[in-house]
Design a protein around this ligand. Sequence first.
Ligand SMILES: Cc1cc2nc3c(=O)[nH]c(=O)nc-3n(C[C@H](O)[C@H](O)[C@H](O)COP(=O)(O)OP(=O)(O)OC[C@H]3O[C@@H](n4cnc5c(N)ncnc54)[C@H](O)[C@@H]3O)c2cc1C
Length: 395
Amino acid sequence: MVSTVTDFDVVIAGGGAVGIAAACKLSQQFDRIAIIDNTQHSPWQKDDGYGLRVSAINLASIELLSQINVWEDVRMMRAFPYQAMYVWEQGSDTQIDFKASDTTHPSLGAIVENQVLLTALNNAINKSPNITQFHNNALYELSSISDSSMLVELDNGVRLTGKLVIGADGQKSKVRECIGVDCTRTHYQQLGLVCTVKTELDHQQTAWQCFTEQGPLAFLPLEDNTCSVVWSVPEQKCHQLMALDDAEFNQQLSSEFEYKLGNITLASERKFFPLLGAQATHYIDHRVVLIGDAAHVVHPLAGLGLNLGLADIVYLSELLQESDRPLGSKRVLRQYERARKSENVLMQRSLEMIDSLFREERQLAKQIRSVGVNMTNKILPLKLMFMRRALGVPL
Ligand SMILES: Cc1cc2nc3c(=O)[nH]c(=O)nc-3n(C[C@H](O)[C@H](O)[C@H](O)COP(=O)(O)OP(=O)(O)OC[C@H]3O[C@@H](n4cnc5c(N)ncnc54)[C@H](O)[C@@H]3O)c2cc1C
């Protein structure tokens, strides 16, 4: 029996934060949006302990989340604004700080648990009459059926058409595979160890980042004296850290962090994630566009991956809004690819450069970065230029 086909304006594959935010944003412009996800998200509960996966959300992302009526919901659940970032190199006087008080904004962004963000985004799509959701179903085939639409087939036999198909299905994107787009991958030979900790000293609503010779160690501020840690280390060292008992781990972490927040005490289990970089060689194809991790994956050292994905949405929706061409027009998609690919590649290269610069042990490299970083720290306009890029808004 041949199943019926349902027509949509936009079909989005992937119900992670980027896919859902795209659905919410585009539902303000188009009547028929479909979103497909191969999982079903379980909502955040008030009594849940802190999730191990958190994201630093920048001001541009907060603006988008406000426009789609999600930010207030996030705030009501749990979000922690941070007022400053303090970055330094272990064992040296190389340091730089970024402060909200140097800008016109009350904070530089907020730390949000991924589970909280996904719950608020799911609440928003549940309220939208323009969005149809397909949970627990994977996109498994994508083909062009005419000049004006694409056919999307799910693994349960459901068939949909879309004038535009958006691949927001993450690092191992099936959409990317279906359109035959390659991906260049960078293996950082690091794992990201994550955990929640209690700190002896007040974190001062500051995001702390210590560059060690083995990789960056970040403390992201949650409630008073509680931080979420992302510790990027070579694989072997990560396994050693995972094998330590809690007391030994606390000792190593406090010492690597140079006791900036006093003694550190583990307050959760430890988990680790592989860290890799990736760039799709193209972001578009006939009536198909890639966004978020399906298009680009960056090193988490500056907490930008999700923010870049949300910036893809802002740019794409503005182009679609302003264009008088039909939805899915190649010219509009090309414009998206040109703008977003160059921005994302630049960001990926910059983060890789920073990571390798700080891992360079030779004396000359140490001197160069010390002079460069400390000088930047003293020149406010230069600092503001970096902040504008990272925060995504005028300052
Ligand atoms: C340790 C660590 C710390 C990080 N910290 C930060 C941070 O502080 N700030 C920040 O901005 N970023 C951060 N990032 C990056 C950020 O987590 C990612 O960039 C972001 O989650 C990507 O979202 P996405 O929606 O594009 O992809 P994903 O979250 O991977 O979502 C993809 C979705 O698609 C679904 N899917 C996959 N295949 C199919 C299919 N065939 N059919 C249907 N559905 C499918 C998946 O189930 C999933 O729900 C961090 C990353 C790491 C590893």
